[in-house]
Design a protein around this ligand. Structure first.
Ligand code: ATP
Ligand code: MG
Length: 318
């Protein structure tokens, strides 16, 4: 195993919310006690239903928000408000929406140069421009695109620009939050292939967030399955797909059409609503929807081990 570039331990982010006319106040447990490692050149995919805490995790790792508790280290150095500044450039993020994320009034060249202007104010303008032009090429765009505005590009090209901008500060880690969900299917694979290619060339570690398991199957080395803010299963991609251990993972996989006609598929239909992170059930949070639930599951929360391919379940599949 490579030396990890990011080590996250028990990351937790809770939000205290006030009650409103139709809602009770309380604590939203967006992410609780989540641990993982990111290795150079590898992709850790985060999967789970809407609201399970994927983007919150992304914001913590990108230092957009501070964790309520828990720690993470970059290159062995703990990230704290005191050390943020020197790690900011190491982790960059690409968001889902390539339309909202680029300033329509800025030319592409200036969009790419901006991170350098802010973080390396002493860099000569000519060097900055040269770096931006190199990056444009690296993501598969043409030199004449440098002076154009975002509205002149397709969604796929805009996502290339967003990736280029994220790479300008030579980060070690790229957080990709649903980077292709907003794109046409035919364009998705081009962007995914670009990301694979960039990872190989630059040795980047990816935290890859997606609710699309066929995309995850293409991209991931390892997978972390989240449910209501907690990881419920972690392991190498091949094992998670071939032998899911947590009932929730099994249900997720069974609901995804995969390009494997031989795969036996019995769709597991989850009963009941996804509970709110404002009101996480006691015991196993998945118990109210689980078809294998026993008394113990409602009384006690199963913990996730840390060996091999752990699942937070008292009665996992073999
Ligand atoms: N600033 C905030 N204040 C209060 N609650 C929040 C805040 N940010 C996120 N949440 C809540 O935390 C939970 C996790 O949100 P998050 O955006 O991380 O989910 P997600 O897995 O990214 O979902 P999606 O797949 O829809 O993008 C949700 O219930 C969300 O409403
Ligand atoms: Mg999200």
């Amino acid at each position: 195993m490579n030396t990890p570039v990011v080590v996250a331990e028990n990351l937790t982010r809770h939000y205290d919310v006030k009650g409103g006319l139709f809602s009770k106040g309380g604590t939203v447990r967006a992410v609780s006690e989540t641990s993982f490692k990111l290795e150079p050149g590898k992709t850790l995919a985060v999967v789970g239903e809407s609201g399970c805490g994927k983007s919150t995790l992304a914001r913590l790792i990108t230092m957009i928000e501070e964790p309520t508790s828990g720690t993470f280290a970059i290159g062995g150095d703990n990230v704290t408000p005191e050390t943020w500044a020197r790690h900011r450039a190491d982790v960059q993020i690409v968001f889902q929406d390539p339309y909202g994320s680029l300033n329509p009034r800025q030319r592409i060249g200036s969009i790419l140069e901006e991170p350098l202007k802010i973080n390396r104010p002493d860099m000569p303008a000519a060097e900055r421009e040269a770096k931006a032009r190199d990056m444009l090429k690296l993501v598969g765009l043409r030199p004449e695109h440098f002076d154009r505005y975002p509205h002149m590009f397709s969604g796929g090209q805009r996502q290339r620009i967003a990736v280029a901008r994220a790479l300008m500060l030579e980060p070690k880690v790229l957080v990709l939050d649903e980077p292709v969900s907003a794109l046409d299917l035919s364009i998705q694979s081009q962007i995914l292939n670009l990301l694979v290619d960039l990872q190989e060339r630059l040795g980047l570690a990816y935290l890859f967030i997606s609710h699309d398991l066929s995309v995850v199957k293409h991209m991931a080395d390892d997978i972390i399955v989240m449910y209501l803010g907690r990881p419920v299963e972690v392991g190498p991609k091949a094992e998670i797909f071939a032998k899911p251990r947590h009932p929730y993972t099994k249900a997720l996989l069974s609901a995804t059409p995969m390009a494997d006609p031989k795969a036996k598929k019995t769709r597991i239909k989850l009963e009941g609503e996804l509970p709110s992170p404002l009101n996480v059930p006691a015991g196993c949070a998945f118990a109210p929807r689980c078809w294998k639930v026993k008394d113990k599951c409602r009384a006690e929360r199963p913990t996730l081990g840390d060996e091999g391919h752990p699942a937070a379940c008292f009665f996992p599949e073999a």
